[in-house]
Ligand binder design. Structure first.
Ligand SMILES: [Zn+2]
Length: 309
C-alpha cells in the first residue's frame, strides 16, 4: 500500500491578517509531523498549478475569472466577511486545486493506493459562485468533478467531517445524482446550513448534525448509523474526504469533543468502503482544523490509517 502526500510551499504564501485562525502555521504544523521517520515511506509530490479551466469544474468560468482579477499586488483584498486574498493567495488556491486533481490522477491510475492533500486555503464553504468561510475555490468538489470527467467515475462519495457544514459542496452537488455528499457537523454553527431535512434533488445529500459537547462516541454512532450505510449502498467508484480536523476537542472555533483516534477510526471505516466498492481508491483533502496541537495529532492519526497502520 502506498500513500501519496501532496503539498507545496505556496500554501505558506496565502497570508492572512495577524490573529486570523486560518494561518500558514497550520501547514507548518502538519509538515513537522510528517517529517517524522514514521512517515518516511510516504510518496511525496508537489502540488501543480491548476489551469483556470480546472477550477471552473466547480464554478462558473466568470466566477473563477473574477477571483483571478481581484488578486491583490500588495496588502489584502476582502472577498467576504472572513475571506481575504493576499498576493500569494491565488497561487496557493490554484495549487490546492492542482494538488487535489493530481491526487485523483494518482489514485485513479493506481500509481498510489490513497492520498492526502495538505494545502490551503480550504474549499468546502465555496459555493458555485460565492466565496465564503476562508474558501475561494471548492477544491474537493473540483476533485470529484475531475474524477467524473477524466476517468468516467460514475458515482463519487464526498464525505465531510469538518466541524462546519460544507454548504459549498452541498450547493455544487445539490442536483447531481452521481455524487453523494455526506457530512457530520456541529449545529447550530457557521454557516447555518446542514439540517438533516436538506437532502438534495436526488436524495444524495446526507446531513448528520451533531450538537455542542458531542464526543467521539456520538460521532462514531452517527457515522455508523447514518453515513457509512448510505455511502456503502451508493457503491462509489472513488471516496473523497473533506478532512477538516476542527471537531477536535482542542479546536477554538467549535464545541465538539473528538480526539485524534476518532479521525483515525473514521478514516479506516471509509477505507473499508473504498476497498469493497472502489478498489481502495480514496483521496483526502485538508479543510479546517485550527488548534495546532489538535491538528497535528489528528493528521498523524489520519495518515497512520491511510498508510494501513
Ligand atoms: Zn471547519
Amino acid at each position: 500500500m502506498t500513500t501519496l502526500y501532496v503539498s507545496h510551499c505556496a500554501a505558506l504564501d496565502h497570508v492572512m491578517p495577524e490573529g486570523h485562525p486560518e494561518s500558514a502555521d497550520r501547514i507548518r504544523a502538519i509538515e513537522r509531523v510528517l517529517e517524522n521517520e514514521r512517515y518516511a515511506s510516504l510518496v511525496r509530490a508537489q502540488a501543480p498549478l491548476a489551469e483556470h479551466a480546472v477550477a471552473a469544474l466547480g464554478h462558473p468560468a466568470a466566477y473563477v475569472q473574477d477571483i483571478v482579477e481581484r488578486s491583490p499586488r500588495e496588502g489584502f483584498v476582502q472577498i467576504d466577511g472572513d475571506t481575504l486574498m493576499s498576493p500569494g493567495t491565488l497561487e496557493a488556491a490554484l495549487r490546492a486545486v492542482g494538488g487535489a486533481v493530481h491526487a485523483v490522477d494518482a489514485v485513479m491510475t493506481r500509481d498510489c493506493s490513497n492520498a492526502f492533500v495538505a494545502m490551503r486555503p480550504p474549499g468546502h464553504h465555496a459555493e458555485r459562485d460565492r466565496a465564503m468561510g476562508f474558501c475561494l475555490f471548492n477544491t474537493a468538489a473540483i476533485a470529484v468533478r475531475h474524477a467524473r470527467k477524466a476517468f468516467g467515475a460514475s458515482r463519487v462519495a464526498l464525505v465531510d467531517w469538518d466541524v462546519h457544514h460544507g454548504n459549498g459542496s452541498q450547493d455544487i452537488f445539490w442536483d447531481d445524482a452521481a455524487v453523494m455528499y455526506a457530512s457530520t457537523h456541529e449545529m447550530p454553527l457557521y454557516p447555518g446550513t446542514g439540517k438533516s431535512s436538506e437532502r438534495g434533488a436526488h436524495d444524495t445529500i446526507v446531513n448528520v448534525p451533531l450538537v455542542a459537547g458531542d464526543d467521539g462516541a456520538v460521532f462514531r454512532e452517527a457515522f455508523e448509523a447514518c453515513i457509512l450505510p448510505r455511502i456503502a449502498a451508493f457503491a462509489p467508484d472513488l471516496v473523497v474526504i473533506s478532512a477538516g480536523f476542527d471537531a477536535h476537542r482542542l479546536d477554538p472555533l467549535a464545541h465538539l469533543r473528538l480526539d485524534e483516534s476518532d479521525f483515525g477510526w473514521a478514516t479506516r471505516k471509509l477505507m473499508g468502503i473504498a476497498d469493497r466498492h472502489a478498489g481502495g481508491r480514496l483521496v483526502s483533502i485538508l479543510e479546517g482544523g485550527y488548534d495546532l496541537i489538535g491538528l497535528s495529532r489528528s493528521v498523524g492519526a489520519h495518515m497512520d490509517a491511510l498508510m494501513g497502520r
